[in-house]
Design a protein around this ligand. Structure first.
Ligand code: CMX
Length: 444
């Protein structure tokens, strides 16, 4: 059975659960909101639904109920590799099922059939100043393809139907995940390889083809697969996923939605942190390590300098996690298992930061989570394999994040989630409720 048919079955089986929850249990309370949550970025308020992934503060991410290692373990592997193909993971994210050999083959063929990026998109990107940030180019490239949206066409046709709307989102979503690595490779080659573009190799899976298109070695193929899968999804509340969901909730098509999601990912407190980590680490190396080995004392002093100048330590802390991010651990294991990489000076330095930074941040006393997140390890691997243009790292994040964001909005439409519109209040209101010890909630 094809991916779309499996998905249709899953959606039809799931819909009655959502309908029943709304009809029979719609007024059951699952949370309450305090003033600090209202002012402080809606932290921890349970107000979003997704079954694609769940983030436990202690354990970290589970994709469709599976930990990272379980996910890597159970999915079919790319030829000659210990890592699964991104295509198998896409099938799994959408349906919660491991694809059979036949289903995987069909999904891979579909990826290939959909990966063509129209030429006008490249022309638009080429017209931008060459020093434009690659995230701006990526977001623009996705937005430029909006004219191809079949969801938009369906909505405008006058035949719009809530029951089948997800099928059109699915078509756009699949096109976006198939096209985005090609777009990213184009941007990389344009900006950093004197526009030496490399043709798609149709024999390769998505990760391997990305490695090929940016002129990378065979060893990089697993880096690409691992990187895209690890960065795919982190439940719905993070800025990129939430923005994509929010914009799509207005029935803006997936191109509008994901271009917006990428703009959120480009923020230094979110996806841009991976480039910031490399920048911080290289600056440290340059300043302190030209004629000496890095030491814990030197690192401690540099971390305090950063904090005392009012900046955050990039790659540390998290809005939900309260332990080391398992995506960090997974990449660290990759480094430790890769001869050459495990002895790389930059990897050793990042490992030393891991030994020192949690203590410094704890002493600093502000962050609720002094442990590293995904971004503090990812740049080191890219750097080692020769992808040294670190302003490109968030683009790699964006290629992976497309998988999660697109799977989520397919399901948003399938389950008919409403346009998002939380209620705001004024500061006067908050002060009044603060004095009276809470808002009097009118009875329903
Ligand atoms: N360095 C210094 N201070 C930090 C910090 C860090 N790494 N992490 C949090 N803090 C500070 C916050 O700025 C905040 O200070 P104020 O009270 O002065 O505003 C305080 O600690 C409390 O913050 P928190 O509740 O622990 O964390 P938040 O949920 O507000 O923010 C995050 C989460 C990720 C934005 C924050 O930890 C941070 O800025 N980290 C560094 C940037 C980073 O690595 N971002 C990537 C996250 C993963 C991703 O999305 O890709």
């Amino acid at each position: 059975m094809s991916l779309k048919k499996v998905l249709r079955q899953k959606i039809e089986a799931h819909r009655p659960r959502t309908t029943r929850l709304m009809k029979e249990f719609g007024k059951v309370k699952i949370d309450e909101v305090t003033i600090d949550q209202c002012i402080g970025g809606a932290r921890d308020i349970r107000a979003l639904v997704t079954d694609i992934s769940y983030l436990d503060p202690q354990e970290g991410i589970r994709f469709r109920g599976k930990t990272i290692s379980e996910t890597f373990e159970m999915l079919p592997k790319a030829e000659g590799s210990n890592y699964p193909t991104v295509e198998a993971f896409w099938f799994f994210l959408l349906t919660g099922e491991v694809p059979s050999e036949e289903q995987l083959e069909a999904t891979m063929l579909e990826f290939k059939a959909r990966q063509h990026v129209p030429h006008y998109v490249f022309e638009i990107i080429r017209a931008m100043p060459i020093d434009t940030h690659p995230m701006t180019m990526l977001s623009t490239g996705i937005l430029a393809m909006q004219k191809d949206s079949v969801f938009h066409e369906f909505y405008s046709s006058g035949q719009f139907n809530k029951n089948t709307a997800w099928e059109y989102v699915y078509e756009d979503a699949f096109d976006i995940v198939a096209r985005i690595p090609v777009l990213a490779a184009y941007i990389y080659n344009l900006k950093y390889r004197d526009n030496k573009q490399i043709e798609i190799n149709r024999k390769l899976d998505m990760g391997a083809n990305f490695a090929h298109m940016i002129g990378q070695s065979k060893e990089y193929e697993d880096v690409a697969r691992m990187y895209f899968i690890l960065h795919s999804d982190h439940e719905s509340g993070n800025v990129s996923a939430h923005t994509t969901h929010l914009v799509h909730s207005a029935l803006s098509d997936p191109y509008y939605a994901y271009s917006a999601g990428l703009n959120g990912l480009a923020g230094p407190l979110h996806g841009l942190a991976n480039q910031e980590v490399l920048y911080w680490t290289l600056k440290f190396q340059q300043k302190y390590c030209s004629d000496q080995e890095p030491t814990r004392e030197l690192l401690t002093a540099a971390l305090w300098d950063t904090l005392n100048s009012g900046q955050v330590i990039p790659g540390y802390g998290h809005a939900v996690l309260r332990k080391t991010d398992p995506r960090y651990t997974s990449q660290r294991e990759f480094c430790l298992n890769t001869p050459g990489l495990r002895d790389d000076p930059l990897f050793k330095l990042v490992s030393m930061i891991y030994e020192v930074a949690p203590g410094v941040l704890t002493e600093h006393g502000k962050t609720k989570n002094p442990w590293p997140n995904v971004d503090s390890q990812s740049g080191v691997i890219q750097w080692y394999y020769g992808v040294r243009e670190f302003d490109f790292y968030t683009v790699l994040f964006g290629v992976g994040r497309a998988l999660g964001c697109m799977a989520n909005i397919v399901w948003d439409r399938a389950l008919g989630y409403a346009i998002e519109r939380p209620k705001s209040v004024t500061t006067d209101m908050l002060e009044k409720w603060a004095e009276q010890g809470g808002r009097e909630i009118p009875k329903a």
